[in-house]
Design a protein around this ligand. Structure first.
Ligand SMILES: NC(=O)c1ccc[n+]([C@@H]2O[C@H](COP(=O)([O-])OP(=O)(O)OC[C@H]3O[C@@H](n4cnc5c(N)ncnc54)[C@H](OP(=O)(O)O)[C@@H]3O)[C@@H](O)[C@H]2O)c1
Length: 246
């Protein structure tokens, strides 16, 4: 017997910008398993191909840099019908208020706010009526951390975009945002393993659920946001209880 998710996603076209890594890749895997037609996009073609090998040969890959508006427009024009758009791509910059260089602050807004804004706008004409858009923010918007004030602000901007766009689109399409807490993904691959494990232990130990997230935890929430017809304008805190930790 089909699950509710299989029924909702069978033969739907799910496009995931950021699908070559982390939570986007886990979402692509799950959506494919549930019968969707899946396209993943990101900048690095070799990374996309490696991800496709891992996800399954049925996944389509498509090279895209969200910060290049002309390129985004050309890319969106070739997608065909899109039922669900997910944008998990971003890059983050860390630094205290006085130390974070302004060019890094601007690049982060470009990659995590303006890029998703422009990408959603260019895909909108191809989005089916009743489709969905899912953005990604992060727990720092409402639970700040020293050295991440800029990142918290960009997350808050994505959440405001979600709510405003959900209102503007009304019945045309639903718009939601996933706000993850700390999730074990390739985003931390540059850290030495020992330091990374220590960070996961420390943060995980401070959370009500007692661990940091896995990409699959978030993928389940993205599928729910895509398929629940009564969810729009929502920010889903999939964070292991980070917002209520001591
Ligand atoms: N991991 C965490 O602990 C955490 C916590 C809170 C919030 N978040 C947020 O959750 C989302 C997913 O995070 P993640 O950890 O899954 O990320 P990730 O593993 O670092 O993956 C990021 C993806 O974005 C793509 N990308 C980056 N810049 C791009 C651009 N300009 N155009 C197109 N694609 C681009 C990357 O591929 P290419 O390099 O090939 O472009 C990659 O596929 C992000 O918005 C992140 O800020 C993460």
């Amino acid at each position: 017997m089909n699950t509710v998710f299989e029924t909702a996603l069978a033969n739907k076209h799910v496009v995931i910008v950021g699908g070559s890594s982390g939570m986007g890749k886990a979402t692509a895997k799950l959506a494919l398993t549930l019968g969707a037609k899946v396209t993943i996009a990101s900048r690095n073609t070799a990374k996309l191909e490696a991800a496709a090998t891992e996800i399954g040969s049925a996944v389509q890959v498509s090279t895209l840099d969200m910060t290049d508006e002309v390129g985004v427009k050309a890319w969106a024009g070739k997608l065909g019908r899109v039922d669900h758009l997910v944008i998990s791509a971003s890059s983050a910059a860390h630094g205290t208020f006085t130390d974070l260089p302004t060019d890094q602050l601007r690049s982060m807004f470009e990659a995590k706010f303006t890029g998703p804004y422009v990408t959603a706008r260019q895909v909108l004409p191809s989005l089916t009526d009743g489709g969905s858009i899912t953005f990604f923010s992060g727990v720092l918007s409402r639970r700040p951390s020293v050295g991440a004030t800029g990142l918290g602000a960009v997350n808050a901007a994505v959440e405001a975009l979600t709510k405003g766009l959900a209102l503007e689109l009304g019945g045309r399409a639903r718009v939601n945002c996933i706000s993850p807490g700390m999730v074990d993904t390739e985003a931390y691959k540059e850290m030495p393993q020992q330091a990374r494990d220590a960070m996961y232990d420390e943060v995980g130990g401070s959370l009500p659920v007692g661990r940091v997230g896995q990409a699959e935890d978030i993928a389940q929430a993205v599928i729910m946001a895509m398929t629940n017809d009564y969810l729009s304008g929502a920010v889903l805190d999939v964070d292991g209880g980070h917002l209520v930790r001591a």
